[in-house]
Design a protein around this ligand. Structure first.
Ligand code: ADP
Ligand code: MG
Ligand code: MG
Length: 884
C-alpha cells in the first residue's frame, strides 16, 4: 500500500487521500510555485494507524524513512547534520478542515546540538534559539499536552521583568534562559525529557496528529456537522523556511480579494522577522501587504502574480499563507477563503463577469441563509466592539435594533405615537392582545418561549428583530421593572437587541441599514431565471407587501386576515361580532368590518399590479380576540356599552380546552357562515372596485383547516354563492380561485378527493407538523431541546421539514392531488417555506411555489434556484448512465 506522496505526486483533486492542505501544497508544487519540499502521509495511513492499535504500522514507518531520505537528498540537508541540519514542520490536514484537531509543529529537527549548528551556519544565534523555543513550546503542548499558557507565561514574565515591548526585544541570553525553563517544564509537567532525536520528534508528532483525529472536540464537531469519522486526517511533513531569520524575512497571510467586502483587491498582512502564526496571534501589529511593494518590489510582484494565477486556477478567492526567507518568497498554503455574506455575493457575481465561473456555479456557491443576513440591519461594527452583551436568548427573528423599552403594548404604543420614540417591547411573553404594540416596536424581547412562540412567529412575519427566552431577564409588570443580568431597567431606558444571534446590550448602539445592492439583485435575477418554484410573500399589510416586492416576491401567497382585526377600532367591532348571540346582532359589526376589510384588500390588490394575491379566510379560535381577565373584561364591556357579567359569561362560553383543535378555521364558517361571507364580499368587492378603475387582479381565496372533501365543498359553496351574487349584482365576472390549506393529515390522506373541489393546495406546515407529530406547537419548548440534544430529533420539525413523516404526507398529497387535477397549483406557506433545506425537498416533490415572510423571499429565491440546479444535475447523471 502506498501511504506517502511527495508533493510532486499529488494534485488538488486528491483531498480525500491527502487532506485539503496536502492536496493544495501538491497542486502549487506541480504548478511550479515556490513551495518548500515535503511529503504527505495520507489518510489511508491514518486509517491503518487506527487498525494497528493506534501505532504507525511497519509499512508506513518504512515509507517515512524512504521519503525522508529523498527529501534530504533533494534539499541537501539531513536530520542531525552538523553542517546542514534538516528542519521540518509537521502539519495536520483533513479533507474537511475542523477545529479541535492538532495543528502544526514547526522546527522539528532542532535539539541541543543542531541549534548550535544552525546558529553557526546562519551566523544568527538569536534566530536559532528563537526557533528552538518555538519548537519546545509547540511540541510540549501538542505531544505532551502541557498547557500552552505555561509556556506563554514564561515568555511574558521575561518580557515584563526586562520591560520589553515585544518579543523582538528578547536577547540571545534571554532565549537561552527561556529554552532552559521550557525544558524544565517538560520534567515538571510531563515527567519526560524533550526528545533530542529528530526522528523521534517527527514520529511523536505524526502520532499526535493521528490521535487528535479522535479527540473529544473533533468527534463532537464531526457529529454536529455530519462528517464521517472514518475519513481520517493526513499529515504533511515539510522542510522549514524561516521568516524569523532577520529583518529581510517575514511571514504573512493574504486573501486574493477583500474577504469583508469582496472588492477585487489583494488584501493581507505580514510581520517581518516572525514565524508561523505570529500574524494571526496578534503578537505584534502586522503591516498591510501593500507596503511590500516599496520594501521588496520584486517579491511583491511575484506574490501578486502568484495570487492571481492561483485564483484563476481554483476559480475562487484564495486564502494564502506565505513566508519570506532572506528576501525569497515561499508559498505555504492556499485554500478557498472564508468571506462575509456581502463578499460572497460580490465575488460570485464578479467571477461570472470575469468569465471564471458559470452562473449556476455562482448561485451554488452562495449560502442562501447568508443572503438573509445581508438584508437585515446590523449594529455598527465599531460601536459593537465597545459593548459586551448583557444577556442572550434565542435568535427568534434576525436583525438589529435599539430602542426605549416598554413592558406593555399600550405603553409602547403611547410612547411611539405621542412621543415619537423608537420603542422595544420587553415582556415575559406576548399574546395576540399585544399585536398593536408589536407592530410599532423596533424589536421584541421576551423572557420566556421558544423559536415558535407567539412573539417569535409574529416578529418573523413582520421582519422585526426578536430575541426570546432570554435567560437572566425578569420582567416585573407590577413594579414596572425589568432586570437583565442583575441590572434594573425601567420603562424608557435604552436597550439594543440583536435578533440574529440573540444578544442583548444595555444602552443604544448605532445600526446600519442594509439593502438589496446591485450584486444581490443580479444574483436574485439569475435565481429567478434558473429556478422554477414561485416565491411569494406572507404579507398582511401593504407595508409588508411593499417590502416583499422590493425583495422580488412574485405576489402574496398568504394574507392572514386575522391580523387585520387587531387594530383598536376593528378589535372592538370584532368583539361585538363574536359575543353576539344571533345573526341579527352580528349584522351591524359585520357591515363595519366589511368596509374596513374591503379597504385592506383594495390596497393589497392595487400594490400587486396584477400579481396573484392569496387571502386566507379567518383562521384562529375566536376567543383569541376576547379579553382574558377581569380587568380587561371591565374595560372592554365599558367600550362596548354592555354588562360586564354578560361579557364574562360570553367569554367563558367561548373558552376551549384545546383551542388549536377546537372551533377555528373553516369550522367557524360551518357555524357562523356570515363571517366568511363578509370576508368574501370584501375580497371580491375590492377586486371589482379595481376592475372599475381598469386595474386587473386575480384574487385567490384560501380556506383554512379543511379536513375532507365534503367539508371543503360545503365551505366552497358558501364562498362561491357570495362571489356569484356579487358578480350578478354588478354584471361583471372576474377570474378568481378557491383553494384550501393542506394542514390536516386527513386532508392529505384524501387529497385526490379534496382536489375535486379545490383550485389549489397550500400546505400549512406548522399545523400539519403539529398534527402529524402530535406536538403542540405552543408547548414544544419544554421538551424539544432535549429531543434534539439526545438525538431523538435531528432538527426542530417546525423549522426544517420532517422529510420522513410530514414530508411523506406532503408527497402523497401532491401525487394524489395531481392525479385528480394534473395542473393543480400546490404551495407551501409558513416560515418553513423560506427554509433552504426544506425548499430542496419541496422542489423534489414538485411543489409549485413557496410563500414566506418578506425578508425570507430572497433566501427562498436563491434556495429554489439551487434546488432546481441540483435536481437537474442529478437528472443528467442518470441520463448519461442510461446512454452508456
Ligand atoms: P493551520 O492549519 O493552523 O493554518 P499550518 O499548518 O498552515 O496551520 O501552519 C501554520 C503556519 O505555520 C503557516 O501559516 C506557516 O506560517 C507556518 N509554517 C508551517 N509549515 C512551515 C514551513 N515548512 N516553513 C515555514 N513556516 C511554516
Ligand atoms: Mg495554515
Ligand atoms: Mg394553520
Amino acid at each position: 500500500m502506498k501511504y506517502i506522496y511527495r508533493f510532486e505526486e499529488g494534485n488538488k483533486d486528491m483531498r480525500r487521500l491527502l487532506g485539503g492542505k496536502g492536496a493544495n501544497l501538491a497542486q502549487m508544487t506541480t504548478m511550479g510555485f515556490p513551495v518548500p519540499s515535503g511529503f504527505t502521509i495520507s489518510t489511508e495511513a491514518c486509517k491503518a494507524f487506527y487498525d494497528n492499535d493506534n501505532q504507525l504500522n511497519d509499512e508506513t514507518l518504512a515509507q517515512i524513512d524512504e521519503a525522508l531520505d529523498q527529501l534530504s537528498t533533494k534539499v541537501g540537508k539531513q536530520f542531525n547534520s552538523l553542517t546542514n541540519p534538516l528542519l521540518v514542520s509537521v502539519r495536520s490536514g483533513a479533507a474537511i478542515s475542523m477545529p479541535g484537531m492538532m495543528d502544526t509543529i514547526l522546527n522539528i529537527g532542532l535539539n541541543d546540538q543542531t541549534v548550535q549548528v544552525l546558529a553557526q551556519i546562519t551566523d544568527n544565534e538569536r534566530f536559532a534559539y528563537d526557533s528552538y523555543r518555538r519548537l519546545l513550546a509547540m511540541f510540549g503542548n501538542v505531544v505532551y499536552e502541557i498547557p500552552e499558557d505555561t509556556f506563554d507565561q514564561i515568555l511574558e514574565d521575561t518580557k515584563m521583568t526586562n520591560h520589553y515591548e515585544s518579543d523582538l526585544d528578547l536577547t540571545v541570553e534571554d532565549l537561552h534562559t527561556i529554552v532552559g525553563k521550557f525544558k524544565a517544564l517538560y520534567i515538571a509537567e510531563a515527567g519526560k525529557e524533550f526528545p533530542q532525536d529528530p526522528k523521534v520528534q517527527l514520529l511523536a508528532a505524526v502520532n499526535a496528529v493521528f490521535e487528535s483525529w479522535n479527540n473529544h472536540r473533533a468527534q463532537v464537531y464531526r457529529r454536529e456537522n455530519h462528517i464521517a469519522g472514518d475519513l481520517g486526517t493526513a499529515v504533511n511533513v515539510q522542510m522549514m523556511v524561516f521568516g524569523n531569520a532577520g529583518e529581510d524575512s517575514g511571514t504573512g497571510v493574504a486573501f486574493t480579494r477583500n474577504p469583508a467586502t469582496g472588492e477585487n483587491q489583494l488584501f493581507g498582512e505580514y510581520l517581518l522577522n516572525a514565524q508561523g502564526e505570529d500574524v494571526v496571534a496578534g503578537i505584534r501589529t502586522p503591516q498591510p501587504i501593500s507596503t511590500l511593494a516599496d520594501t521588496m518590489p520584486d517579491l511583491y510582484n511575484e506574490f501578486v502574480a502568484t495570487a492571481k494565477k492561483l485564483e484563476i486556477h481554483y476559480r475562487d478567492m484564495q486564502d494564502l499563507e506565505f513566508t519570506i526567507e532572506h528576501g525569497t518568497l515561499y508559498m505555504l498554503q492556499a485554500r478557498n477563503g472564508k468571506r462575509t455574506p456581502t463578499a460572497a455575493v460580490k465575488i460570485a457575481v464578479d467571477l461570472v463577469e470575469e468569465g471564471l465561473i458559470s452562473r449556476t456555479e455562482a448561485l451554488l456557491r452562495i449560502n442562501p441563509d447568508s443572503v438573509g443576513a445581508i438584508l437585515y440591519p446590523e449594529f455598527d461594527e465599531k460601536e459593537l466592539k465597545q459593548n459586551q452583551p448583557a444577556a442572550s436568548g434565542l435568535p427568534a427573528s434576525p436583525g438589529a435594533a435599539s430602542g426605549q423599552i416598554y413592558f406593555t403594548a399600550e405603553s409602547a404604543k403611547a410612547a411611539h405615537d405621542e412621543q415619537h420614540q423608537q420603542v422595544i417591547l420587553v415582556r415575559q411573553d406576548t399574546s395576540p392582545e399585544d399585536i398593536e404594540g408589536m407592530v410599532i416596536s423596533e424589536a421584541i424581547v421576551t423572557s420566556r418561549g421558544g423559536m415558535t412562540s407567539h412573539a417569535a412567529v409574529v416578529a418573523r412575519g413582520m421582519g422585526t428583530p426578536a430575541t426570546v427566552g432570554v435567560n437572566g431577564l425578569q420582567v416585573d409588570y407590577k413594579n414596572g421593572i425589568a432586570t437583565i443580568a442583575g441590572t434594573e431597567l425601567q420603562e424608557g431606558d435604552w436597550l439594543s437587541v440583536d435578533g440574529t444571534n440573540g444578544n442583548l446590550y444595555l444602552g443604544k448602539i448605532q445600526t446600519n441599514d442594509s439593502k438589496v445592492n446591485d450584486d444581490l439583485s443580479t444574483i436574485l435575477d439569475w435565481s429567478k431565471q434558473e429556478g422554477d418554484l414561485g416565491v411569494y410573500a406572507n404579507a398582511d399589510t401593504p407595508a409588508d407587501f411593499a417590502q416583499a416586492l422590493k425583495f422580488g416576491a412574485d405576489g402574496i401567497g398568504l394574507t392572514r386576515t386575522e391580523h387585520m382585526f387587531f387594530k383598536p377600532e376593528r378589535l372592538l367591532e370584532m368583539r361585538r361580532l363574536i359575543i353576539a348571540e344571533d345573526a341579527e346582532e352580528r349584522e351591524a359589526p359585520l357591515e363595519e368590518l366589511l368596509q374596513m376589510q374591503q379597504g385592506d384588500f383594495y390596497e393589497l390588490f392595487r400594490l400587486s399590479e396584477g400579481r396573484s394575491v392569496t387571502i386566507r379566510l379567518l383562521d384562529p379560535p375566536l376567543h383569541e380576540f376576547l379579553p382574558h381577565d377581569a380587568r380587561e373584561i371591565a374595560k372592554v364591556s365599558g367600550q362596548l356599552g354592555i354588562d360586564p357579567d354578560y361579557l364574562a359569561r360570553r367569554v367563558d362560553a367561548l373558552k376551549e380546552i384545546n383551542p388549536m383543535l377546537g372551533h377555528r378555521g373553516d369550522r367557524l364558517a360551518v357555524t357562523f357562515p356570515d363571517i366568511y361571507e363578509m370576508q368574501v364580499r370584501a375580497i371580491i368587492g375590492a377586486a371589482l372596485e379595481l376592475h372599475d378603475q381598469g386595474l386587473e387582479n386575480q384574487p385567490h381565496i384560501m380556506i383554512p383547516l379543511t379536513g375532507s372533501k365534503v367539508e371543503m365543498s360545503w365551505v366552497r359553496g358558501i364562498v362561491v354563492n357570495q362571489v356569484e351574487s356579487l358578480f350578478n349584482q354588478q354584471g361583471i365576472r372576474l377570474k378568481y380561485t378557491v383553494g384550501t390549506m393542506m394542514e390536516i393529515p386527513r386532508a392529505c390522506l384524501t387529497a385526490d378527493k379534496v382536489a375535486e373541489v379545490s383550485d389549489f393546495f397550500s400546505f400549512g406546515t406548522n399545523d400539519l407538523t403539529q398534527l402529524t407529530y402530535g406536538f403542540s406547537r405552543d408547548d414544544v419548548g419544554s421538551f424539544m431541546p432535549k429531543y434534539i440534544e439526545k438525538g431523538i430529533l435531528k432538527a426542530d420539525p417546525f423549522q426544517t421539514v420532517d422529510v420522513d413523516g410530514v414530508g411523506e404526507l406532503m408527497k402523497m398529497a401532491v401525487e394524489n392531488g395531481r392525479f385528480t387535477k394534473g395542473d393543480l397549483p400546490i404551495g407551501v406557506c409558513g416560515e418553513i417555506g423560506g427554509d433552504p433545506k426544506s425548499i430542496e425537498f419541496f422542489e423534489s416533490i414538485n411543489v409549485s411555489y413557496v410563500s414566506c415572510s418578506p425578508y425570507r423571499v430572497p433566501v427562498a429565491r436563491l434556495a429554489a434556484a439551487q434546488a432546481k440546479i441540483k435536481m437537474s444535475k442529478k437528472k443528467d447523471v442518470l441520463a448519461n448512465y442510461v446512454k452508456s
